[in-house]
Design a protein around this ligand. Structure first.
Ligand code: GTP
Ligand code: MG
Length: 452
């Protein structure tokens, strides 16, 4: 391939935070659509990716961003359901997201999933900005549509401003308690050492120009080297989800972070068994600014280059795993690509023992995060897999030597009805939670209780 086609790719921005703190609404504001209104119970059920071109970013940021200062093509936002730890999504051992927005409800403050997101941002060393959201709910707030935060501040009463400041300082204190030095973003000189806090309202748009400005600034200054890719090289990406696509059979939602995938490519996909080697049947892409998750009409395209969200339809994708790598086979023997995928899966792998609990999780990344937490708590694992709790998981749990290991720990996955019935019959306990440390805590409590 050579370095001839080198160019700067779109940075991938993860939007993280506790349930209901405003992640999807913030993205809606940015893309000017209304995904929130169309969601069941307004809860984000699945992860999605939205490409926002530079023109849109600079339009929204207004006077704060001069497109001439930037040579990045835009931003690719990944919305995550607050009740999942999708921040654990990875690419080649690092974080899938290049950069992140941590959304925190300014009245509600730090909540369990805020803390979990912070832990993961720390572990993956992902630069991020904090959106201190819902400032319009501060008592006495005088809403100002879509303006930069300084302008909005100037329009507030002393009392409203004081209340907001109090909440903001509490937030900065909480960040500091978690070992992140933070300050209001306009006071941050060096974003490499300090986290910027931007007051926002996803509802009215106040402060949204500032969030975009900080993101573009962070990307431009700290990510440029990492964004230089060989666009024509073989595509590499991460599976977000595996699902049925009408008229195309099983498809995978993928975030492509390197190279190009073409409609006549052979791909290798990480799976629960051996990696899948298959030929692309169709590449489907939502239009720019559309949301891969809610977009019902996709455009069938010949090629997609990083960074982008896309659907890949191909035969034999049923055993593909959320969080697993996807690689295009080109210029390299397929065995080498298969070996690379196997190696990457092994690196994410979880150490299992002869005796221990059964763990199920929604993605490879979250499985790894749960396993890490269990290891820290010295709880052994006998079996760890991605997917819903199925009868065979219960069967494995029921054969444990020690009674305290006759359990299944389920993170952000369903329990199939027949598995629940079987657990009931065989006395296997199933613990379910969408927060990792709660899962571990509940299990610990159960063990302590039994030993009493
Ligand atoms: P999950 O996807 O379930 O994790 O939630 P989320 O973080 O995406 O929150 P979402 O955007 O769905 O917002 C939750 C609720 O808060 C919705 O009713 C929004 O209208 C409301 N909301 C979000 N941002 C703001 C804001 O800035 N101001 C006000 N007043 N309401 C907001
Ligand atoms: Mg949401």
């Amino acid at each position: 391939a050579g370095g001839t086609a080198e160019s700067l790719r779109t940075p991938i921005v993860a939007v993280l935070g506790h349930v209901d703190h405003g992640k999807t609404t913030l993205l809606d504001k940015i893309r000017g659509s209304a995904v929130t209104d169309g969601e069941a119970g307004a809860i984000t059920q699945h992860i999605g990716a939205t490409a926002v071109p530079l023109e849109t970013v600079s339009e929204l940021a207004g006077s704060l961003v001069d497109p001439d200062d930037f040579d990045l093509p835009g931003l690719l936002f990944i919305d995550t359901p607050g009740h999942h730890s999708f921040s654990t999504l990875r690419s080649r051992g690092g974080a899938l997201a290049d950069i992140a927005i941590l959304v925190v409800d300014v009245n509600d403050g730090f909540q369990p999933q805020t803390i979990e997101a912070l832990d993961i941002l720390r572990r993956t060393e992902t630069p991020f900005v904090v959106a201190a959201n819902k400032i319009d709910t501060v008592p006495g707030w005088n809403p100002q549509s879509d303006v930069p935060i300084q302008e909005s501040y100037d329009a507030q009463s002393d009392r409203a401003r004081a209340t907001l400041d109090e909440n903001l300082y509490e937030l900065i204190g909480e960040l500091s308690d978690h070992d992140f030095s933070a300050d209001m973003y306009w006071r941050v000189q060096n974003f490499a050492n300090n986290v910027g806090v931007v007051p926002t309202s996803a509802e009215t748009g106040e402060g949204v120009p500032d969030v975009l400005t900080v993101l573009m600034g962070l990307s431009q200054r700290y990510l440029k080297d990492a964004m230089a890719i060989d666009v024509d090289g073989p595509g590499a990406g991460t599976v977000l989800e595996v699902k049925d696509q009408k008229g195309f059979g099983t498809a995978i939602d993928v975030v492509l972070y390197d190279g190009t995938v073409r409609s006549d490519d052979t791909i290798v996909v990480g799976a629960s068994g051996d990696p899948i080697v298959t030929d692309v049947r169709a590449l489907l892409q939502p239009r720019p600014l559309a949301e891969i998750r809610t977009e019902s009409r996709f455009e069938q395209v010949d090629a997609v280059s990083a960074a982008a969200g896309l659907k890949i339809a191909a035969p034999e994708l049923d055993s593909a795993m959320a969080g697993a790598p996807v690689r295009v086979v080109r210029d390299q023997p397929r065995e080498e690509v298969v070996a690379a995928v196997e190696e990457e899966l092994a690196a994410i792998g979880v150490t299992t023992q002869e005796e221990g609990v059964v763990v199920k999780a929604d993605t490879l990344g979250s499985l790894e995060a749960v396993a890490d937490a269990l290891e820290e708590a010295e709880i052994p694992i006998v079996r760890a897999e991605v997917g819903a709790v199925a009868p065979r998981d219960v069967t494995v749990a029921s054969t444990a030597d020690e009674e305290k290991h006759e359990t299944v720990l389920a993170f952000s996955v369903d329990v199939l009805d027949n598995a629940a019935d079987l657990a009931e019959e065989s006395g296997v306990r199933i613990f379910e939670s969408d927060v990792i440390y709660r899962l571990v805590e509940e299990y610990d409590e159960f063990v302590t209780e039994r030993e009493r």
